[in-house]
Ligand binder design. Sequence first.
Ligand code: ATP
Length: 319
Amino acid sequence: MLTLLKLLKDGRFHSGQALGEALGISRSAVWKQLQLLEAELGLSIHKVRGRGYQLATPLTLLDPVEVRAHSPACDWPVHVFDSIDSTNAEALRAIDRGQAAPFLVLAERQTAGRGRRGRKWVSPFAENIYYSLVLRIEGGMRQLEGLSLVVGLAVMHALREQGVAGVGLKWPNDLLVGQKKIAGILLELVGDPADVCHVVLGVGINVNMQMADEVDQQWTSMRLEAGRMFDRNQLAAGLSVTLESYLARHRVSGFSTIHAEWEQNHLWQGRAVSLIAGVNQIDGVVMGIDSQGALRLKVDGVEKVFSGGELSLRLRNDS
Ligand code: ATP
């Protein structure tokens, strides 16, 4: 099915006969595969008698050679999947198989893309970036301090460099434009954080997506913000370059040197919020983060510090 898609991706008309010949299948088999492309990948295909078939929108697919060519300083292998359950899940399996880190997993779509606490990350085919970079970390907890926040800053810069203004951060792991989510981050760790471990830096960015009924909160995409389409190979490469530079800073000097920059870009700095922890809710005002990336909230006039993967922030109406 994807071989057929690769023939169609130029956005031109192709006759059923030519497609059948190229694939070594009958015209009716071509027709069946076209139906599958529409049903499974949500693609729209024009069918015009006498001319053939044409993708409604031309596609640029991910290409590891291009990603590497645009990020020559990032010397890590790039693995691209047409379809995978989750790039983070695949990265964890690869660690398990003994694949040497660093390496990068990208996918055209995720069938079980995930956010925190088993939430779903909506991941349609060939529209967005689903990116998991695996690092091997030796020598302790300091290397992990504030790491997901550092990844957030790198993603923010990668988006701004592509011309998407107004992207900012929301503690702990979201990127927003205004109130709308444009990207999310999910770090997963295996091994012993005090000794040797592997960390998967998972990033989902809404790039060219224009419709996604299944996303149950406000969202946007680079295309919706900038009014044009983006080349995902260049974006993935740009992200690798900014990530590499932030990770190097973090490795050398720790999170404390990045802390102020993170706060400057925190959209909810000084805002009245509710912090949700399971069934509990704590109301307060965001003061910032501490030197390890934990959230500082003023609660009833007193500063309190919160950290952990189970916490969610919501703006209060009086904010
Ligand atoms: P929190 O607000 O607690 O940080 P979250 O709601 O942002 O948590 P995450 O685990 O970061 O949760 O992301 C998963 C959530 O993001 C989903 O429950 C859904 O509401 C939303 N979501 C899913 N897919 C997308 C997408 N492609 N773009 C934007 N938002 C999405």
